[in-house]
Design a protein around this ligand. Structure first.
Ligand code: ADP
Ligand code: F6P
Length: 460
């Protein structure tokens, strides 16, 4: 079996350095632990002199990571990846803050990844590059003469060509991505949007749902929705619901229905809009108490838009509690720190309503985790943004437009009042959609497609 070489910006090192909340590590860790291979990326450290890779080993996975200098971190990670590409890809262009030197640094760091990765590669390796931080990497590897089968997977959405064009530099990046053999996306819409951009400014020709022709080469496209391990998560949730932290939470809500939001503190997650919807929910049911727990793990705090968001939600949370709170009750609890994933599983099982309302999201694994965590005999209700990739699979949830605060408040109200039979039916349909999926299955499907020459076997 050929060796898998995963390349990603964030690497969950054995030392636990990068134990940050995020979908990418959750999706890939199990696959890599089972299969073994090499994981290459950023060490998570910012140092004065960033030189050769450092190596580590855990089980069958070898890790090779490089540090970034402060200037590289600012330009490549905070500046262009998270200050330009992230908002553009999520169709929030007003949050973009472009500086030409950040684009230069982004390209230079991608070249540095290629320079350090190339000597570690063996002939039989299959290379799997992840996400928007590394869009130049397939092109950089080809320039260095690397011919190994190379896949690229985008964990986040891709917008229409018009929306993509607002990010200076995107044309070159699309061309570099097209140097890969196999491209994977979360949804068919993301795949089609990327293909349209490849045609508009990458010089490619679309020859089918799953194929493009680019400089005389066939580039394949596929849809691979990211998955969790639902049965494992369900077992953890059942166990954790009896833990001390869950017991204390249940006791503190004193029989009130619990609503729960769990996110990275990110402008795409729609947290201020969600708080506004909750404000309206509380206002429309005087005397009927509820408890909303919003857990928001700080993320990318060097980026201005993220700092401003933190201030905005702190203010909004304070004003909801000061407006509606009583001496013996505060409707909202906002925790701006991460929680252990096991603890979250227990909280999800206790929550009558899971509130997952991103403005846009590649997938949103929290939505799947909430479904998996429920007690089948007495399940809660998922209120889900139609702009999350997960909406394509979890159609039995209460689907909302996160920009419509009144509409979200109505859905929350409906979720709180939903009869048991309807909750069970909706939950069953959602569970059936994810029950037989797994991160390993997701990864294996991508890797099979990467090595397959059989286009008829391609996923659509
Ligand atoms: P993203 O990749 O944008 O962070 P996802 O919802 O796809 O979003 O994945 C997030 C992962 O990180 C999930 O497994 C989720 O449980 C975890 N996570 C999200 N928010 C938190 C938090 N506040 N504390 C701890 N873990 C979190
Ligand atoms: O899911 C998108 C993503 O950027 C992942 O690549 C990453 O694991 C997660 O969000 C967290 O972001 P960051 O690595 O910037 O902390």
């Amino acid at each position: 079996m050929s060796r898998i070489v995963v390349v990603s910006n964030r690497v969950p090192l054995p030392s636990g350095n990068a134990g940050k909340a995020g979908g990418l590590a959750v999706a890939l860790l199990g696959l890599m632990e089972r299969r073994g291979g090499l994981w290459f990326g950023w060490s998570g450290a910012v140092t004065e002199r960033a030189d050769a890779p450092a190596f580590a080993q855990r089980g069958r996975v070898g890790y090779a990571t490089i540090d970034l200098t402060d200037a590289e971190h600012r330009g490549y990670y905070s500046g262009y990846s998270n200050g330009v590409l992230w908002p553009m890809l999520h169709n929030l262009p007003h949050l973009m803050a472009f500086r030409r030197q950040d684009l230069e640094t982004y390209r230079r760091v991608n070249r540095r990844f290629a320079e350090h990765l190339a000597p570690l590669l063996r002939d039989e390796d299959r290379i799997w590059v992840h996400d928007y931080h590394l869009m130049c990497l397939p092109g950089c590897l080809r320039l260095r003469g690397i011919r190994n089968p190379t896949g690229f997977y985008l964990h986040v959405p891709f917008p229409s060509p018009d929306a993509a064009a607002v990010a200076p530099g995107i044309r070159g990046l699309v061309q570099d991505v097209l140097a890969a053999d196999m491209l994977g996306f979360q949804t068919a819409a993301d795949r089609d949007n990327f293909a349209s951009s490849a045609v508009s400014f990458g010089g490619a020709l679309r020859t089918g749902d799953s194929t493009m022709l680019c400089d005389g080469r066939v580039v394949r496209l596929g849809v691979f929705p990211a998955e969790i391990a639902p049965r494992e998560f369900a077992a953890t949730a059942e166990f954790q619901a009896r833990s001390e932290s869950s017991r204390l939470l249940a006791k503190s809500v004193q029989g009130q229905a619990l609503l729960l939001g769990v996110d990275r503190l990110d402008p795409t997650k729609g947290i201020p809009e969600r708080l506004e919807a909750f404000r309206r929910l509380v206002a429309r049911r005087p005397g009927r108490r509820v408890a909303f727990l919003q857990i928001a793990a700080p993320s990318r705090e060097e980026v201005d838009a993220y700092r401003r968001l933190r201030e905005e939600i702190d203010l909004a949370a304070g004003s909801i509690n000061s407006e509606f709170g009583e001496p013996d009750w505060l409707p909202l609890r906002l925790l701006a720190r991460p929680q252990a994933r096991d603890t979250l599983a227990g909280f999800m099982r206790l929550a009558r309503v899971g509130v997952v309302t991103p403005l846009r999201d590649g997938m949103n694994l929290v939505a799947k985790e909430y479904v998996a965590a429920q007690d089948p005999a007495d399940p809660g209700v998922l209120v889900l943004s139609r702009f999350a990739g997960a909406a394509a699979q979890l159609g039995s949830s209460l689907m909302v437009n996160p920009h419509d605060a009144e509409g979200v408040a109505e859905a929350l109200q409906m979720a709180l009042d939903m009869p048991l039979a309807e909750r069970r039916a909706r939950w069953r349909a959602a569970w059936d959609a994810i029950a037989d999926t797994s991160p390993e299955g997701w990864g294996e499907r991508f890797l099979r497609s990467l090595s397959s020459d059989d286009l008829a076997a391609m996923p659509v």
